[in-house]
Design a protein around this ligand. Sequence first.
Ligand code: SF4
Length: 225
Amino acid sequence: MGNIGEIGNYIPSSFIDWDSRVSAVIFLTGCNFRCPFCHNGLLVNEQVPALNDIKVLEHIKSRRSFLDGVVISGGEPTLDIKRLEKILFQLKEVGLPVKLDTNGSNPLALEMLISKGLIDAVAMDIKGPWEKYDMLCGRIVDKESIKRSIDLLISSEIEVEFRTTFVPALMDYDDLSKIERFLGGKAPWIVQCFKSENAMDEALRNTKGPSREILREKFPGAIIR
Ligand code: SF4
């Protein structure tokens, strides 16, 4: 089974992980959060066999002309920053732009990766309003680090989006309004509709997802997915 930061899954072509780009997606194992609604439990708990880094990177290289970019997702990719940096340096040599998916818990890593020019875009989760953050992450979370990551990304020059998974069993529309007010339209905000099938918390597996129509009506400034 994989260790933190190993490649636990790889999608050669995705049309949904980076807007209007065809991207390869690398999923790194391990996460410091345990969000009850997470659908990547096996990766988070390092219960998948590690893929060979060299083979994955060679495959991406061989398909370079078909791809618009590479997404590094997880898990939380910044947990093993040395390993992440190594992969990013190799992708830099391939010459494809990179988007990083993160839960925002490691602002120092984000600062370093941006300053070294190793990432071109970031999609960061905002799990919920601050008073529900620990519950939604399944852990006690350093909210100041999350806020530092948000500020850093908003003031950076790179492409940024923030994402919130709306889980009706754990949140309400008021929670989404608080996030919307906090962001104040400073960056694109995506509200993802919770899908219950593979939720980490079994108690959520039979709960209902939200209505896209109602979300579109109530939050016209958000991108509803
Ligand atoms: S949703 Fe993201 S941050 Fe939460 S446990 Fe899953 S991979 Fe980690």
